[in-house]
Design a protein around this ligand. Structure first.
Ligand code: ADP
Ligand code: MG
Length: 764
């Protein structure tokens, strides 16, 4: 294509003309509203300025077709509506000097006006105490007709449609709506972790699930976890810094920085200065430098930093979109923060944790290996290179009984590479589009009924309670305000798992089993167990036949089961994978046989909705936090264990009559979890004791064995308690919507009210 030749400079000067107001406004608008995300940022800030605690956003075509924001703020007065979208009209600033102490996010009165010059804007609003609201639309800064009364709730809803409809060149620049949508999600995510006192949601028009969804959260870390995911929140270190030296810099800073365990390709820096979302290139650079010097290449940090500076030291008016601010003594502030970050990071690097990433099976090994293989020379002091299989948590602050301490890594050979790649791709796809899941209406209906059934009081308790400890084998004691409650761990965990299955439906990551598990064998084990427990009678039919029919049934549903539940059954009738329902959580493998039996017996394969519901319920039962089969070693545990041994011996006598089945030890891939294989052996042995004799002679006799098992029981119970505290409760806070029946059926019991207890103590 031939380019037009550049215009020749005019010989005569052209006359100077006054630009048409509409042109001026449109040019100015282009500065404030540079792209859909900048419009959204202005709208969001207006809602926050209006005191909103709940803000919901809907976006169509990356914001070019529609941005709709609804808030529950104070609304706009009827008499202000004519002025609302005129340029330089604001309720936030009067004099220039007010800028020195401004505490609202907006102050120029330009944003809404600008939007009306490049888009169609309409507003519905209602102030407190009114019986109805008003709706009105605007064009080029003025109202189109009078406000019309309409039904509304307190707050404001603003619709920005057809952004840049009259700025063709600008509109064309946004070729990729999903990239623009990503920017919008980014802005909301940042505000959502900063403003923990408000709840936010953002979704695409027509989607039922939100891409950002937060509730009012008690801690910043909770908010980060729900917005950026547990993978980010897990590896954060809290940092604070301050200086009140008037001559150099006065500021207070607090935030979270990623530790040595975190790895990402791009820096994410969420920076708020005096509660304004801003950028500060020198600060970002200074912190990045620290990370590149201390950590191996290619690991960029995640940073959340909030800085408070005396308002008089900050000029907020240096950028048209208020994206940057300038402040006094910037170098000093940057220096101080850099030093604090460096000290924290060095500290964390000395006690670094080598996680075996559970989310990306296989891929994780590479990440950890990479970190381990390329320590930079600057890694200080007592860092020692450990053999790969010895990489364990060395941070003294972490309790010993947690699952990670049992993780071992398996070096994945080249044959796994393709598989790993596929899994990684799936994860990446899912991360990019986390909530795109389950469009199936039946799943939507099941989720809706979870919502409908939610008991708000119980929800409040679960969200805000503090875990105290296990009161007995199954009840956890929690404190909520001045009340103490007992929470049935099994019932609550089961409900959580059920809801998570629905939410992750069709998007589960698979976990590999260490060895293939033949379905028929699993059914047989389960049926034998039923017999021991008196739940199987000869009249039910031959066990072998039941096992065969059931496993054929599951095989014939294999495709569906794999697609929706990531539960893979191969052509030979072996179970190969299980779904990850909750990150960092593994089911008790001892229960696998009962789970498959449950699938065979209780899943309704006829109608879609019932099928998903009953399948999810079976998974929930399997993944729930059960009481371990090894008795609790504290208290009467040892005696109980002795009894168990006797029972073992009795079963041994009997077992010659029953058919024998090959004994295989099964666990999730050791890459994911090791410690669960033992109880499985124990239970299998209870049923097939002759195998026990052959393969595990040592299990059946000596006293030393009871000690071994005792110490194993101690580990299992400690591990379980750790999981309840650190995995189950945090997950329940984030995800569980407790149904009404739980408030009545003894799943949650109020045991004490501290005020009354104090009264009793006073009397004592
Ligand atoms: P600024 O925020 O700089 O004042 P804007 O153009 O963004 O200018 O908004 C103009 C005025 O409209 C604000 O000063 C505020 O009084 C009102 N306003 C805008 N959005 C809202 C909202 N969501 N709730 C209540 N008032 C609002
Ligand atoms: Mg504003």
């Amino acid at each position: 294509m031939e380019l037009p030749s550049p215009p020749k400079p005019p010989v005569e000067p052209a006359p100077i003309r006054r630009l048409d107001v509409a042109v001026v406004n449109r040019i100015a608008a282009g500065e404030v509203i540079q792209r859909p995300a900048s419009a959204l940022k202005e709208l969001l800030e207006n809602s926050l300025d209006a005191g909103a605690t709940n803000i919901n956003v809907i976006v169509k075509d990356g914001g070019l077709k529609l941005i709709q924001i609804s808030d529950n703020g104070h609304g706009i007065r009827y008499e202000d509506l004519p002025l609302l979208c005129e340029r330089h009209t604001t309720s936030k600033l009067r004099d220039y000097d007010d800028l020195q102490s401004i505490n609202t996010l907006g102050f120029r009165g330009e944003a809404l006006a600008s939007m009306t010059f490049v888009a169609h804007l309409s507003v519905t609003t209602m102030t407190a105490g009114k019986t109805h609201g008003y709706k009105v639309s605007y064009k080029d800064g003025v109202m189109e007709g009078d406000p019309r009364p309409c039904a509304a709730v307190k707050g404001t809803q603003i619709l920005v449609e057809n952004l840049f409809y009259n700025v063709v060149a600008r509109k064309k620049a946004f070729k990729n709506p999903s990239e623009e949508y990503g920017r919008i999600v980014d802005v909301i995510s940042r505000y959502a972790i900063h403003r923990t006192g408000a709840s936010f949601s953002c979704k695409k028009h027509g989607d039922s699930r939100a891409d950002v969804y937060t509730v009012v959260s008690s801690s910043r870390l909770d908010a980060i976890r729900s917005v950026y995911g547990p993978g980010v929140a897990r590896d954060l270190i809290a940092v604070t810094a301050s200086s009140d030296d008037e001559t150099s810099s006065t500021f207070k800073m607090d935030g979270f920085i990623s530790s040595a365990n975190y790895s990402a390709k791009k820096t994410v820096m969420v920076l708020f200065i005096n509660d304004r979302l801003v950028e500060c290139a020198p600060l970002k650079k200074a912190i990045e430098v620290v990370y590149t010097t201390i950590l191996p290449k290619a690991s960029k940090p995640f940073l959340y930093v909030s800085i408070i500076i005396p308002p008089a030291h900050v000029d907020v008016n240096v950028h048209p979109t208020k994206r940057e601010v300038s402040f006094l003594n910037q170098e000093n502030l940057v220096d101080t923060i850099q030093r604090v970050v460096e000290a924290k990071l060095l500290d964390s690097n000395n006690s670094r944790t080598f996680y075996t990433q559970t989310l990306i099976p296989g891929a994780s090994t590479t990440v950890a290996k990479e970190k381990e293989a390329t320590p930079t020379p600057s890694i200080p002091r007592n860092y020692q290179k450990a053999p790969v299989n010895k990489l364990v948590r060395t941070d003294a602050l972490q309790p010993a009984g947690q699952l990670h301490s049992f993780l071992q890594k398996k070096t994945s050979g080249p044959s796994n590479a393709e598989n790993d790649l596929a899994v990684t791709r799936k994860v990446v796809r899912q991360r990019r589009n986390p909530r795109e899941s389950a469009d199936l209406t039946s799943i939507q209906e099941l989720l809706a009924s979870v919502d409908q059934e939610t008991h708000s009081g119980l929800l409040e308790i679960v969200k805000n309670c503090i875990y105290v400890g296990m009161a007995d084998d199954n009840m956890a004691l929690v404190q909520y305000k001045t009340y103490l409650y007992l929470i049935n761990v099994y019932a609550f965990s089961k409900e959580l798992m059920y809801q998570q299955v629905l939410r992750r439906f069709a998007h589960f990551l698979p976990m590999q089993l260490s060895s293939l598990a033949p379905l028929q064998e699993l059914f047989m084990v389960a049926l034998d167990r039923e017999e021991v427990e008196g739940r199987w009678h000869e009249s039910d039919g031959p066990k072998a036949q039941i096992a065969k029919l059931n496993s054929e049934l599951l095989q014939c549903k294999a495709e569906m089961i794999k697609e929706y539940f990531s539960l893979e059954i191969d052509d030979g009738g072996h179970l190969r994978t299980l779904p990850v329902i909750l990150d960092q959580y593994f089911p008790d493998m001892e229960r696998l046989p009962s789970f498959v039996l449950n699938l065979g017996n209780n899943v309704d394969w006829e109608t879609e909705k019932e099928c998903f519901e009953s399948f999810s319920a079976a998974l929930a039962e399997f993944y729930a936090v059960h009481t371990p089969s090894l008795p609790n070693p504290s208290g009467d545990g040892i005696i109980l264990y002795q009894r168990l041994k006797n029972k073992l011996a009795n079963t041994n006598d009997k077992s010659t009559e029953t058919g024998t089945h090959s004994l295989y030890t099964l666990s999730l891939d050791p890459k994911y979890s090791l410690s669960i294989s033992r109880p499985w052996i124990l239970v299998t042995l209870l049923v097939h004791a002759d195998n026990l004799m052959e393969r595990n002679e040592d299990v059946n006799s000596k006293d030393t064995e009871s000690e071994d098992l005792l110490s194993e029981a101690q580990t299992i119970w400690a591990q379980r308690e750790w999981t309840v505290q650190h995995v189950l409760f945090p997950a329940m806070k984030l995800f569980l919507k407790p149904p009404r029946h739980m408030a009545k059926d003894g799943s949650a019991i109020q045991v004490a009210c501290l005020e009354n207890l104090y009264k009793i103590f006073e009397r004592c």
